[in-house]
Write a protein that binds this ligand. Structure first.
Ligand SMILES: Nc1ncnc2c1ncn2[C@@H]1O[C@H](COP(=O)(O)OP(=O)(O)O)[C@@H](O)[C@H]1O
Ligand SMILES: [Mg+2]
Length: 272
């Protein structure tokens, strides 16, 4: 397939060198992600600072905070799309992800990470494999179908994205992020725009993938229900404070002494 794959999508893929995927060198005990004193922003603009947190292997870790506080931007830094202004990022024991030096061990579903409308769902999921493996076409198609099955989309391979519901599109995008069997995926607001039933189904899928594949999931969300359903641990970013104002088990944060944190976790209605 001679399709141009944007850099942002390429960055979501792992390189599968022939027969020898780049394996994580970190030991089991080491966190999947280790961030120390990180400052993110551009030039003189500091969006968030003093960010120190780690994500354990196999956990579902949520990045929370109001609109515009820098959640999506933090993901861009974690996957190596932007250089830290200060501090350090280690992903899977490999240091800061370097985009053009083979690919790091993660998949990404961007907030606006739409499927390519001119390709079938199967072709969309095949893209990472076409791009980074030497597998023959029928093997690629078979793997794409298997990934679609994994997310509950058996039989959708030949459909076009426009034929899918909102929830199915998100599942297909997750299948694409999983195409190269990463140990880590970043999901930016996967349930945004879905009705409550679809959102709840998607949360269930995320928890199942984490449990059955041992997948580490870093998810950006501000849907309270989702947070309580999926997240083992969270960090909460604050726009004014420009740093993390809470870390830990979301259930425990409901009774935080910080009124801003309590307000977030006990708010009556969802933010848009
Ligand atoms: N490349 C950029 N240069 C300057 N400002 C940016 C850039 N990307 C995002 N921003 C700004 O950073 C802030 C945080 O954006 P974002 O990370 O998307 O927030 P969130 O995902 O928490 O809603 C916003 O004010 C946005 O306009
Ligand atoms: Mg965002």
């Amino acid at each position: 397939m001679s399709l141009h794959v944007p850099r942002a999508v390429r960055s979501s893929l792992i390189r599968l060198d022939r027969g020898m995927p780049r394996r994580v060198r970190a030991t089991r005990e080491r966190p999947m992600i280790d961030v120390k004193d990180l400052t993110i922003g551009w030039g003189d603009v500091v969006l968030q600072k003093n960010l120190t947190f780690s994500v354990a292997r196999g956990e579902v870790f949520a990045i929370l905070g109001g609109s515009g506080c820098g959640k999506s931007t933090l993901l861009r830094f974690l996957i190596g799309l932007e250089p830290p202004l200060a501090g350090s990022i280690d992903v899977a024991g490999l240091g800061l992800p370097v985009l053009d030096a083979g690919l790091p061990p993660f998949g990404v579903m961007f907030q606006a990470g739409a499927l390519f409308g001119s390709l079938t769902v199967g072709e969309n999921v095949s893209l990472p494999l076409e791009e980074w493996s030497d597998l023959p076409g029928d093997a690629v198609a078979a793997i794409a179908r298997a990934k679609l099955k994994l997310v509950g989309l058996d039989g959708a391979a030949d459909k076009f994205p426009s034929e899918l519901s909102g929830g199915m599109k998100k599942r297909a995008a997750i299948a694409r992020a999983l195409a190269l069997e990463p140990e880590l995926v970043f999901l930016d607001e996967p349930s945004a725009g879905l009705d409550p039933v679809m959102a709840s189904d998607l949360d269930e899928l995320i928890v199942t993938l984490s449990k059955t594949l041992g997948l580490t999931v870093v998810i950006v969300t501000h849907e309270l229900e989702s947070i309580f359903r999926v997240a083992d641990r969270v960090i909460m970013l604050d726009k004014e404070e420009k740093t993390i104002i809470a870390t830990g088990d979301p259930k425990a944060l409901k009774t935080s002494e910080d009124p801003r944190v309590r307000a977030f976790f006990n708010r009556g209605k969802k933010e848009s």
